[in-house]
Design a protein around this ligand. Structure first.
Ligand code: NDP
Ligand code: VSD
Length: 332
């Protein structure tokens, strides 16, 4: 009886693997492709642009500061593999005016052809306790991190659907998979991206357009250095659970997953666990991925409970620590 059940299971898994080409997208060819990277003048975005350029793509960088854009262009051009490759720079705020974003995307398409891959990497972070963050910070993060991903995507999607070709990448964060101390404004803007990506993927899959959401851990970039200046102690201690990644490594993984059309892109063992644990109703892009999620869910939740316990401990210890000087004051 047991043998029969085991044989049945094996047959079922084999069957799944036979139909797997039906759910695995055809990889995108980067040589000659037009890749637009928002936030491409710094950090992870710049490394993504370099990675695509190294594989023969034509690049459009989108960011606000023109000097940083030109410097990034120079850095990227060092990696050219043929003399036809172009790096185009566009200075625009992706979060302000949809029409403006649509116009610059049009200009880029006129120069370098239709966009094959859009990477939404422009973003920023602000941390602090809920009551200490300015209300305007919630608006700002939502408009840069969320609307700043909606506008460029909205500007490229029609052509992608018509051509039956395309990749849209969203850069969320591990803080877009779990909410943690200090990130009430940031986490919510990064969670929003996940909802957008899931809904969009369901719409565009029949048109051979694939969506990728990346969830990087802390990554060594100018953005992180800026964030660290005002990060609460609790946030820092909790974030230290995961090691700081190199932007080149994060970029390589994101580009690889985007080419393959994987919905999820994560890095490291905790990235892998977090993505399995929070897969929810996310689309699945390979049988192996689906099976791994089914098999590991209970184990990873168990591990997560220990992490949550340790995070609560950090928060409590910091609270007690901060209360101490006051006690001393009162007795003095
Ligand atoms: N570094 C980290 O630890 C992690 C980062 N992330 C996410 O990855 C992304 C990149 O982060 P990172 O490389 O650290 O960031 P950086 O601060 O190093 O770079 C941010 C880039 O985005 C551009 N940008 C910011 N705001 C706008 C805007 N309104 N319009 C157009 N461009 C804009 C910046 O150029 P300019 O200012 O000139 O416009 C710059 O090119 C962000 O979305 C971030 O949330 C996720 C997880 C971890
Ligand atoms: C099985 C469960 C495993 C659980 C592992 C949990 C690890 C939590 C660490 C969260 C770190 C958050 C990094 C945010 C980075 C970021 O987005 C900012 N630096 C942006 O600037």
């Amino acid at each position: 009886m047991l043998l029969l059940a085991a044989a049945g299971l094996v047959a079922f898994v084999l069957l799944l693997y036979m139909v797997s080409p039906l759910i695995s997208p055809k990889p995108l060819a980067l040589p000659g492709a037009h890749v637009v990277v928002t936030g491409g003048s710094s950090g992870i975005g710049k490394c993504i642009a370099i990675e695509c350029y190294k594989q023969g793509a034509f690049i459009t960088l989108v960011a606000r500061n023109e000097d940083k854009l030109l410097q990034a262009k120079k850095d990227i051009e060092k990696h050219s593999i043929n003399d036809k490759q172009v790096v185009l720079c566009i200075s625009v705020d992706v979060s302000q005016d949809y029409n403006q974003v649509e116009n610059v995307i049009k200009q880029a398409q006129e120069k370098l052809g239709p966009v094959d891959m859009l990477v939404n990497c422009a973003g920023t972070s602000m941390s602090g306790k809920f009551e200490e963050l300015e209300v305007s910070s919630f608006e700002k993060l939502m408009s840069i991190n969320y609307l700043g991903s909606v506008y460029p995507s909205r500007a490229v999607i029609t052509t992608m659907k018509e051509r039956r070709v395309g990749r849209i990448v969203f850069v969320s964060s591990q803080a877009g998979q779990l909410g943690l101390f200090g990130f009430t404004a940031y986490s919510s803007s990064k969670f929003a991206i996940r909802g957008l990506a899931e809904a969009l993927q369901m719409e565009v899959k029949p048109y051979n357009v694939y969506v990728t959401v990346a969830y990087p851990p802390d990554t060594d970039t100018p953005g992180l250095a800026e964030e660290n200046k005002t990060k609460p102690l609790e946030t820092r201690l909790i974030s230290e659970t995961t090691a700081i990644c190199k932007p080149e490594q994060v970029a390589k993984q994101i580009v690889k997953d985007a080419i393959q059309g994987n919905f999820n892109s994560s890095i490291g063992s905790d990235g892998y666990m977090l993505s399995s644990l929070t897969c929810g109703m996310a689309p699945v892009t390979s049988i192996t991925e689906g099976l791994q999620q089914v098999v590991t869910m209970g184990l990873f939740r168990t591990i997560a409970l220990f992490y949550l316990g340790s995070f609560d401990n950090i928060v409590r210890r910091c609270m007690v620590q901060k209360a101490k000087p006051e006690v001393v004051d009162k007795t003095a």
